[in-house]
Every structure is written in structure tokens, then in C-alpha cells.
Design a binder for this molecule. Structure first.
Ligand code: UDP
Ligand code: MG
Length: 313
């Protein structure tokens, strides 16, 4: 029996690029069809444009096209999750962006490594950040420096979501129940034997990126807070600094009082009050961030809501 490959494609307002994506990826899958039973799993992440209709047209002509359409925009993480939950029956599960920034040609090579060379995962690694906004690259670099310093899970700057995984890897990823999902961290956390394939960054074939600076900041926050609890320990550091400053101020005030300058006490006390207040508020803020996440996880809401799909009959 042929082995099966399911390729997950998260789509958010991708009507412009989808026909081109389908054509290019179709060619690659066609070539693979001698050895594999292939399937395209499009996840429409609440697009406001014509994406769903485009997908339905593909599905009408091509029985290997599946679509899962969300009731609203839930984000790429949820789209990937929905795709994996559906596709876990396949021997190999791939994830690829719809905008052709992930070259479909690489699928053949990735599949070779997991199918023939004994790797569990074949994943793309970005070679450079060409074609990306300067500010975005700089911010990303800073973020990965911070996260790798504070987290035990190594999270690579250049690792992309573009990958093919064996079913056992997908099962491991699905076994992580968190609602706030940071896939880069999750893929790294599960481990396994990964073949990294260099992949040059390409410009989007059509349409626009869905990442605003605000969304990127949210993403960075989620990444750090999901994979390390070290910010919670910042309060120890601050209390040490605070203790040192208090001691310093006391000695300073004492000396000046002894030499007769009584007023020196007031600015010192004021500074101490404000300083301590600021530190306490900061630490409370960090606690609050984790608390908010615990709250989100505790509510246990579904990660997405499907409104239409051709995967259930
Ligand atoms: N995407 C999604 N939901 C979102 C945002 C993006 O499913 O809320 C999809 C999008 O359609 C694309 C992929 O995720 O297939 C990557 O998005 P994008 O190209 O905007 O990100 P970038 O490549 O700029 O990092
Ligand atoms: Mg893109």
C-alpha cells in the first residue's frame, strides 16, 4: 500500500495567491503520486475575502483537496492545529504557507529525508531574512536572543513552520494540550531527529503579510511566557537590588544626619518609596501575565470553531 502524505495549508485572506499555490504545489504532488497518496488540507482561518470559495472550487474538481473553514480568524497556530488534528491519520504530515514563500519544490526533498533517510522531521531553515522589513528582522533577532537566554527549550531564529513530520511527531505535538500555542517552541520541545534543509527566503507571490507589529509583539510575548517561567523569578533579583539600595540610602542618610544636614533624609525616603512602588508594580505585572495565561488555559475553550468542512461526511 502507498504511504500517505497530507499537506496542511493555513490560509487567511489568500484568494490572490491560492490559484498559483495550487498549481505549483499540484505539480509537485503529481510527481509524488507514483509513490504516495497525497492530500491537500487547506484551513481557511476566517478569511474575509473569497478564500473559501476558491477552496471549494479546488475541492469540487479534485477529491484530494480538503478544506476546514473556521467561523472567524483564530490565528495561524490554530489553523495548523486543526490541520494536524485532521491529518494525523497520514503517515507523513507537512505544513506549508499559502503565499509561496515556502517553495513547494522542497516537499520532494523533505519527503525523501523522512521516508528514506530515517529522519522523523525534515524542516526548512531560513538562510537569510531577505525580502523582509528591516524593523521586523531586527525585532525578531532581539526576541530570539532573549528567549534563548531565558528558556530551556532552544528556539531557533531561522527554523520555519515549513516541514514534513512522521505521524508519531504529529501525535506528540497534539499531545501538548496548551491553548496558547507557540509552534516554534512546541516543535522544538517534542525533540526527535530533525533534518534541517536550508531554504532561501522568498517574497510573497501575491497578497500581503498578515503580521502587524502588534501581532508580532503578542507572538513574542506568548513565546517567552509559554516556554520559560524565569520572569517570575525577577522579583528575587529586584528584591536583592532593593535591599542593597536601601542599605546604601540608610548609610548615606545617617552620615549626612551626623554631619548636621537633617534634610538629606527626605529625598532619600521619597526615592525609596517611588522605587519600591515601581518594582512591586512591575513584578505584579509579570505575575499578572502568567495569571492571565493560567486563566486562559483553565477556561479550556476550544482553539478554533469549524463552520464548514468537507472532511466530515
Ligand atoms: N495565516 C493564517 N492565519 C492568520 C495569519 C496568517 O492562517 O491569522 C496564514 C497565511 O495565510 C499564510 C501563513 O499563515 O499562509 C503565513 O502568514 P504570512 O505570510 O502572513 O506571514 P509571514 O510569511 O509574513 O511571516
Ligand atoms: Mg508569508
Amino acid at each position: 500500500m502507498k504511504k500517505s502524505l497530507a499537506l496542511i495549508v493555513p490560509c487567511y485572506n489568500e484568494q490572490e495567491v491560492l490559484p498559483l499555490f495550487y498549481e505549483e504545489t499540484g505539480k509537485v504532488l503529481q510527481k509524488l503520486s507514483a509513490g504516495f497518496q497525497t492530500e491537500l488540507v487547506f484551513v481557511n482561518d476566517g478569511s474575509a475575502d473569497n478564500t473559501l470559495n476558491v477552496l471549494k472550487q479546488f475541492a469540487e474538481k479534485d477529491p484530494s483537496v480538503k478544506y476546514i473553514s473556521f467561523s472567524r480568524n483564530f490565528g495561524k497556530e490554530s489553523a495548523m492545529l486543526a490541520g494536524m488534528e485532521y491529518a494525523v491519520h497520514a503517515d507523513y504530515v507537512g505544513i506549508i504557507d499559502a503565499d509561496l514563500q515556502h517553495s513547494p519544490d522542497l516537499i520532494t526533498e523533505m519527503l525523501y529525508y523522512v521516508d528514506q533517510e530515517g529522519y522523523d522531521v525534515a524542516a526548512a531553515k531560513r538562510e537569510d531574512r531577505a525580502g523582509e522589513a528591516k524593523l521586523k528582522s531586527a525585532l525578531s533577532e532581539g526576541f530570539y536572543k532573549v528567549i534563548n537566554r531565558v528558556s530551556d527549550t532552544k528556539i531557533s531564529d531561522s527554523a520555519q513552520d515549513f516541514r514534513i513530520m512522521k505521524r508519531k511527531v504529529v501525535e506528540a505535538v497534539l499531545a501538548m494540550p496548551e491553548r496558547i500555542r507557540f509552534s516554534k517552541g512546541i516543535f522544538s520541545w517534542v525533540g526527535f531527529n530533525v533534518k534541517w534543509i536550508a531554504h532561501e527566503n522568498r517574497e510573497r507571490a501575491a497578497g500581503e503579510t498578515k503580521w502587524s507589529i502588534r501581532k508580532l509583539f503578542r507572538y513574542a510575548f506568548d513565546g517567552i511566557l509559554s516556554f520559560t517561567d524565569s520572569p517570575l523569578r525577577l522579583s528575587f533579583l529586584f528584591s536583592a537590588i532593593g535591599a542593597f539600595l536601601t542599605l546604601f540610602c540608610l548609610v548615606y542618610a545617617l552620615v549626612r544626619t551626623i554631619i548636621g544636614e537633617y534634610n538629606a533624609l527626605i529625598p532619600v525616603i521619597l526615592a525609596a518609596v517611588f522605587g519600591v512602588g515601581a518594582v512591586i508594580l512591575f513584578v505584579l505585572g509579570v505575575f499578572g501575565e502568567y495569571l492571565a495565561r493560567i486563566y486562559t488555559e483553565a477556561k479550556g475553550r476550544p482553539q478554533y470553531v469549524v463552520s464548514e468542512t468537507n472532511t466530515r461526511s
